[in-house]
Ligand binder design. Structure first.
Ligand code: AIR
Ligand code: ASP
Length: 283
């Protein structure tokens, strides 16, 4: 663990690298570790110990199944912090997660899990694809929280699926599904209260789960991330959008919104706010 940290963070060589070459230096160092998987917003590298991975948060943002791509400067730093904060709080509430610890501004150490290819969405208020599918006005409170499943497939555009599809195709067993459903609702209950305390309405969110294998056991744990990339978060008083919909809908002020979420949760580090003040690069 320490060896890895030293190799890309604290080596004496770093102080001799001219400022302008800093990012190049980081890229060179990053590529030394074995890249296990590259997603749209994150990269997974081999971890320092067997059974661990390093989850690196990029500034890349995509929407509508990769049709739209952009860079939100500083997003990776903020999502790393926000996801760390939420996963630690959830662990404290007895929700098992893959999170081990944050390593630096953009990376966290996580347990290696077998990702279940099902996105679990929990909705409290109609928005996004739900509002469209059922022709319900965005902002309509739902009579109760609704859990939906989507098959994780870029090729198919993440189609909505039922428990029947999930168990018939063998993506998850009935017991896995039961665990995922119950965990998703507990996560929703806890996070709804936590965000409410920060003046934010948790409209909906998406979570992913994985199978964590130990010597004599396998259990379902929360994986991936929880951040404004994966939640809809509205200001409780003004309904102002504070999440990735600002990017999807070209509303501007994306990084400012993510910063505001971090600030309200009380976790905006000085260094991150400096980094996010760099000029915006959009693609
Ligand atoms: N989501 C779904 N796929 C990727 C993500 N991030 C999240 C959205 C939203 C919720 O799942 O960010 O919070 C529901 O999305 P939609 O598009 O089905 O309304
Ligand atoms: N992240 C998904 C995509 O890249 C869906 C979304 O967030 O809109 O298309």
């Amino acid at each position: 663990m320490l060896a890895v940290r030293h190799c890309y963070m604290g080596s004496p060589a770093r102080s001799r690298v001219p400022r302008a070459a800093g990012s190049l230096f980081r890229v060179t160092k990053m590529s030394r570790r074995r890249r296990i998987y590259e997603g749209k917003a994150k990269v997974l590298f081999e971890g320092p110990e067997p059974g661990t991975l390093i989850q690196y948060f990029k500034d890349d943002a995509t929407a509508f199944n990769n049709q739209k791509h952009g860079i939100i400067t500083g997003k990776g730093v903020l999502n790393n912090r926000i996801s760390e904060y939420l996963m630690v709080r959830l662990e404290e509430m007895g929700i098992p997660t893959h999170f081990v610890r944050r390593l630096n501004m953009r990376e966290q150490l996580v347990r290696q899990v077998e990702i279940i290819p099902v996105e679990v969405v929990v909705r409290n208020v109609a928005a996004g694809s739900f509002a469209k599918r059922f022709d319900v006005a965005e902002g309509t409170a739902l009579p109760r929280s609704i859990v939906e499943y989507y098959y994780k497939s870029d090729k198919l555009g993440d189609p909505m699926v039922t428990e029947e599809h999930i168990t018939a195709f063998g993506w998850a067993s009935p017991q896995d599904l039961d665990d995922m459903f119950n965990l998703a609702l507990r996560i929703n209950d806890y996070l709804s209260g936590l965000f409410l305390g920060a003046g934010i309405r948790l409209v909906d969110f998406k979570v992913e789960f994985g199978r964590y294998y130990t010597d004599d056991d396998v259990r379902i744990v929360l994986a991936d991330e929880i951040s404004p990339d994966s939640c809809r978060l509205w200001d409780i008083k003004t309904n102002e959008i504070m999440d990735k919909d600002r990017f999807r809908r070209d509303m501007g002020g994306v990084e400012e919104a993510y910063q505001e979420v971090a600030r309200r949760l009380g976790i905006l580090p000085e260094s991150a706010s400096r980094e996010t003040k760099k000029p915006k690069l959009t693609a």
